[in-house]
Design a protein around this ligand. Structure first.
Ligand SMILES: [Zn+2]
Length: 429
C-alpha cells in the first residue's frame, strides 16, 4: 500500500485540473455570496463568479494577504455562523495580531484526511508510536499531526514540547517509533539523550522524524538523520491555509502538494505577476474545499519553485514544490546582496567541527545592515583549540557561496540558547 488515497494521489494531471476548476468555481461563488469582504473585494476588482471559466482566470482575482486577515481579527472573515465552527486555532502572532484559523466539521475532515495522506507518504503506519512533541495549544501543529496519525491508526503520545528529560524517558519506555517536533528541537533532544547516557542512534526504536514549522536546510536534515539514525521528513503548512497537511513528502523526499484541496500558484513577489511552473517566486494558495474561511489567492510570503507534470519515482502525480528557500520576511539585504538564513545554515552544516548550534547576529546602523555569525564548534573540536582557524574556514566558505564577507565567531559549546519550539536563528543587536 504505497498511497493513502490512490485515486487522488495518482490522478492524471488533466483530471486533477478538471477537479480543481470545478472546485474553484464553487469556492469563488461561495465566498462571493457568503462573505462581505470577498464580495466587496471582488467587486472593486470588477470580477464576478461567472468570470471564472478556466484555471487561468484565477489571475483575475485579487490577492489575500496576512494584513487582510489581521484587519478582521478575530472572526470577521468567516463564511459560516459561529455556531458551525467546531475548532479554532491561531498563529503565534510574533509580528502583530495573530491569524485565526477556524474549522467546521467538514474542514476538520479535510484536515484529518490531508494529514493522514502526508503521514502515510512519510511511511507512518498503524503499528507506529508517534511522540507528538509539537506544542499543544492554539498553534495548529500538534493537533494536525494527532488527527492524521489517529486516522491511520497509529498510537499518539500527546506529550507536547518541553520537559526534555521526560521526553527522552518516554521515548525509551514507550518505544517511540516516530517523533514529531521542530527540527531544531529534535537535535536538542539528542543532546539531552546523550547527557543522560544514551546513544540516540542505538538506544531507541525511533525510525521516523516528522518535522516542520521551521526553515531547515538539507544539510540540517542529514545531520538529524545521522544523529538519530532515522528518516527525517519535511512538513509544510500555514494556519491561513489549514495548518500542516498542505504537502505530503514521499519517500524520495519530494513535497507533493495536496492540490485537490490547495491550488498552488507562483508569483513574482515584487509585481504580483503569475510565473510559470519551474520559476522561483512566492507561493500563493487557494483553498478549494474549506468552508469556515476559504483563502483565495493567499500570499504566503514563502519563496519556492513549483513543478507540475513531473514524474516522481513514487508514482504520485500531485504537483511538487521545492523546499522553502525562506520567507520573504527573513530575507536580509547586506551590502546589496540578498541573504537567507538557510543559505548560511547549509554552509555551516557542511564544515567539519561546526555543530548545528548557530545564530546570525544582525546589526543595523541607520540604513546599513551588517550580519555576523556565531557558532558552537563540536565539543571535540572546541577542545582542540586553534579556533581562529575554524573561524577563518567558516568565513572563507561563506564568502565562496555568498560573495560577502561575514565575520564568524566560535563560541563555547552550550552558550547558544536551545529551543523546544521554533529556534531563533536571527537575532538583532
Ligand atoms: Zn514522490
Amino acid at each position: 500500500m504505497e498511497y493513502y488515497d490512490p485515486k487522488i494521489e495518482t490522478m492524471p494531471l488533466r483530471d486533477l485540473k478538471e477537479l480543481q476548476l470545478r472546485r474553484l468555481k464553487q469556492v469563488v461563488r461561495y465566498a462571493y455570496e457568503r462573505n462581505r469582504f470577498y464580495h466587496d473585494r471582488f467587486k472593486e476588482h470588477g470580477v464576478k463568479p461567472d468570470d471564472i471559466k478556466s484555471l487561468d482566470d484565477l489571475k483575475k482575482l485579487p490577492f489575500l494577504t496576512k494584513h487582510d486577515l489581521r484587519e478582521f481579527y478575530p472572526f470577521g472573515l468567516f463564511c459560516v455562523e459561529i455556531d458551525d465552527i467546531v475548532e479554532i486555532h491561531a498563529s503565534s502572532g510574533t509580528t502583530g495580531k495573530p491569524v485565526v484559523g477556524a474549522y467546521t466539521k467538514k474542514d476538520l475532515e479535510v484536515w484529518t484526511e490531508v494529514m493522514a495522506r502526508a503521514l502515510w507518504a512519510n511511511g507512518l503506519r498503524k503499528n507506529d508510536i508517534l511522540q507528538n512533541a509539537y506544542g499543544y495549544g492554539l498553534f495548529t501543529g500538534a493537533h494536525g499531526f494527532e488527527k492524521g496519525a489517529q486516522r491511520i491508526g497509529a498510537m499518539v503520545v500527546p506529550i507536547s514540547s518541553g520537559n526534555t528529560k521526560r521526553q527522552i524517558a518516554v521515548m525509551k519506555d514507550f518505544g517511540t517509533t516516530a517523533l514529531a517536533c521542530t527540527p531544531s528541537y529534535s537535535l536538542y533532544m539528542a543532546e539531552v539523550a546523550k547527557e543522560m547516557g544514551f546513544d540516540p542512534k542505538e538506544d531507541f526504536n525511533l525510525r521516523l522524524g516528522l518535522f516542520g514549522a521551521e526553515a531547515w536546510s538539507d544539510e540540517m536534515r542529514k545531520k538529524i538523520e545521522e544523529t538519530w539514525g532515522i528518516n527525517a521528513h519535511e512538513h509544510y503548512g500555514l494556519t491561513e491555509i489549514i495548518g500542516p497537511g498542505v504537502v505530503s513528502e514521499c519517500k524520495y523526499k519530494r513535497l507533493h502538494i495536496n492540490a485537490d484541496h490547495f491550488l498552488p500558484e507562483i508569483i513574482d513577489p515584487e509585481t504580483g505577476e503569475p510565473l510559470e511552473p519551474g520559476e522561483e517566486g512566492e507561493l500563493v494558495f487557494t483553498t478549494l474545499t474549506k468552508e469556515a474561511f476559504p483563502a483565495i489567492r493567499f500570499r504566503t510570503r514563502d519563496l519556492a519553485v513549483y513543478y507540475e507534470d513531473v514524474e516522481c519515482e513514487c508514482g504520485r502525480t500531485l504537483p511538487i514544490q521545492s523546499r522553502i528557500k525562506g520567507r520573504s520576511d527573513d530575507m536580509m539585504k547586506v551590502k546589496g546582496v540578498i541573504v537567507f538564513p538557510s543559505q548560511i545554515e547549509s554552509v555551516l552544516m557542511g564544515i567539519e567541527g561546526v555543530s548545528e548550534h548557530y545564530q546570525i547576529v544582525k546589526e543595523r546602523k541607520g540604513e546599513m545592515v551588517t550580519i555576523s555569525v556565531e557558532f558552537e564548534p563540536t565539543e571535540e573540536r572546541y577542545r582542540e583549540g586553534h579556533l581562529d582557524e575554524l573561524e577563518k574556514k567558516v568565513e572563507d566558505e561563506l564568502y565562496a557561496v555568498l560573495n560577502l564577507h561575514i565575520p564568524a565567531r566560535a563560541v563555547p559549546p552550550q552558550s547558544i540558547p536551545r529551543s523546544t519550539g521554533k529556534a531563533k536563528r536571527v537575532i538583532e543587536r
